[in-house]
Structure formats: C-alpha cells, structure tokens
Design a protein around this ligand. Structure first.
Ligand code: ADP
Length: 324
C-alpha cells in the first residue's frame, strides 16, 4: 500500500509540474509578452507587437493590444510630421522676422543719421530767414514768396523733429523733464497758438479743469499740438474742432473732437504704430505717420494712455489720459 501511495504521490508531483509547465506555456508566456510589449510602448517603442495566435480571451487581448499599438504608432507618426512642419514654418518665420528686424534697424539708422545731418543746415537756414525777414518790407515783390518759403521751412523742421524724436524713442534716449504744471493753462495756451496757424477752423475749448499734473510740459504740449493739427488736417470740410478736459478718478482726460473724414474700424488698432497711414483717398493729406506714434509714446511715459473713437464720414475723437 505504501509503495502504491508513493507511486501515486510521485505521479501527482509529475502531473503537477507538467500542469505548471503547461500553464506557464499557455498563459504566463503570452502575458509576459504582453507585459514586455506594454513596457516597450511606455518606453517609446511604438512598433512593438505581440505574437499570440489563439482564439481565447488572451488571443483577443493580444489582438486588441496590437490594434492599439498600431494606432498609437500611426498617431505618433502624424504628430511627428505635424511637429516637423510647424518647426519648418517657425524657422521660416524667425528668418523673416530677423530679416525684417535687420531692415528696420538699417532704416532706423538711416533716419537717425539723415535727420541729425539735416538739422544743422536747417537751423542755419532758419536763422538766415529770420534775419532776412527783418529787412523785408511787405510791399516788396518777393514778400509773398518769402512767406511761403518760410512756411515750407517750418514744415520741414516739424518733419525733421518728428524723425529725430522717433530715433530717440527707438534708442531709448528720449529725455523728459518732469515738473508740476497746470494742464488747463497749457491747453488754453496751446489752443491759442494753434488757432493762429489754423484760421479756417474754430478751435473751441468747451470745458476744462484746473488741475496739476506731473510731467514734461513741452512733450505734453507736443501731444496736444499733434492731436489739434490732425483734427484740422483731417476735417477739411468742417469749420470747428472741440476740445475739453475732465477729471475722472485720479486722472485727467483731454479730448480733441473733429467733424472730419473719420476712420474705419479696421484701422483703429494700428493708428498708433510707427509710420502707419491709412491708404486710399487719405493719401492726399501730407504726413509721415509718426505724430500719433510719438504722442502715444509720450503719454505712456507719463503713466497714461491714449485712445480713439471714430466713425467714417462723421469725425474722430482722440482722448489722452494722464494721472494727476
Ligand atoms: P500723419 O498725420 O502724419 O499721417 P499720424 O501718426 O498723426 O500721422 O496719423 C496716422 C494716421 O491716422 C493718419 O495718416 C490718418 O490716416 C489717421 N488719422 C490721424 N488723425 C486723424 C483724424 N483726426 N481723423 C482722421 N484720420 C486721422
């Protein structure tokens, strides 16, 4: 009996080991394959697949796994292609920007040199004209020509001053002399002198508040002059320009309103950019497209802002805001 039990035991052990081996061959092995394929995918090897050719649940799992891994591989390839394309586009854009920056730099350099070089002969010419003007009599034949030449000289001076200002802004060398001043007084004085240059329009100061701001008086005057001269220039059919100032919280708001040609909505966002001018019929108006850029830079340096509201055919309102 004992021998029989021993033989049966040995047989059972052999059967158990065989069963274990069989199980390892039929279940554990494919599972291991699946697991190492999953690890391979996690490591970025998307071409990994499992070779399990069976009809049971494991076979289905392996099939699904292979489908999934093929999809991941396809998506990965698509993504790589997109990234490659975007990188190429980005490189082209960077090259374009660099070319643009280089050409802007050369333009700025040229403008800076040209405006500096023009400034000296212009100052000499102006001095000469002033001297000559004192000698001239209104009844002289050339008096009108002289007046005309003087006006053109003043215009040239304004253009050169704008170009010099832009060079200064670009190189961060625009100087400001801050002091306390009454903005109401500055408005009145500036409007008075602008009125003499623009007799065709009535420049009406509707209301204003006496309030002190801390800023560069001459630079703020330059902003007001720019807005007034634009208001007059771009409203050839109108006969008045309205100006007012008001206090709002801790700021003073100055508005210049004209009844001129107005500005289409699509241009409003670009008006304060350097050299921006609206193409089309507006080209009959002379200018360099710098006045608003300079004005907005000046106002920004004072901690303020500038904005515009406009309707084509009805007119425009430019408002700048300064902290008080
Ligand atoms: P410029 O008048 O020398 O062209 P600005 O920088 O002062 O340059 O103005 C930029 C552009 O904005 C002008 O060319 C013009 O098209 C438009 N613009 C400015 N002010 C007015 C205004 N009051 N009414 C209509 N258009 C204006």
């Amino acid at each position: 009996f004992l021998r029989w039990v021993t033989s049966a035991g040995i047989l059972l052990i052999i059967a158990g080991s065989f069963g274990g081996w069989l199980m390892s061959q039929t279940i554990t092995k494919p599972l291991k394959q699946l697991s190492s394929a999953a690890v391979a995918i996690a490591d970025g090897n998307y071409s990994s697949r499992v070779d399990v050719d069976r009809d049971d649940e494991l076979g289905k799992l392996a099939k699904s796994f292979n489908i999934m891994s093929a999809r991941v591989r396809a998506t990965q390839q698509e993504l790589e292609q997109i990234v490659e394309e975007r990188t190429r586009e980005l490189q082209t854009a960077i090259t374009d920007i660099k070319d643009q920056q280089e050409s802007d730099r050369k333009k700025d350099e040229f403008i800076s040199i040209a405006s500096h070089e023009l400034k000296t002969p212009l100052t000499t010419l102006k001095a000469f004209f002033q001297l000559a003007g004192r000698e001239m009599q209104p009844q002289q034949k050339s008096y009108n020509f002289f007046g005309n030449a003087n006006r053109q000289l003043n215009r040239m001076e304004r253009l050169i001053t704008d170009l010099l200002d832009v060079s200064r802004i670009n190189s961060g060398k625009m100087e400001y002399n801050f002091e306390e001043f009454d903005i109401q007084k500055l408005l009145k004085d500036t409007i008075e002198s602008a009125q003499q240059i623009s007799p065709e329009h009535r420049l009406v100061l509707e209301e204003s508040t006496a309030v002190n701001v801390n800023g560069d008086r001459h630079r703020i005057e330059q902003v007001i002059v720019n807005l007034l001269s634009n208001a007059v220039k771009y409203s050839p059919e109108a006969d008045k320009v309205l100006i007012w100032s008001e206090l709002k919280g801790k700021s003073v708001l100055v508005t210049v309103k004209d009844f001129g040609i107005g500005i289409a909505k699509k241009h409003l966002g670009d008006l304060f950019d350097r050299y921006y001018r609206i193409e089309g019929s507006q080209y009959r108006f002379q200018g360099l497209g710098l006045g608003l850029f300079i004005s907005s830079e000046i106002v920004k340096r004072h901690g303020g802002s500038i904005s515009v509201q406009s309707e084509p055919g009805k007119g425009s309102s430019f408002t700048f805001e300064l902290p008080v």
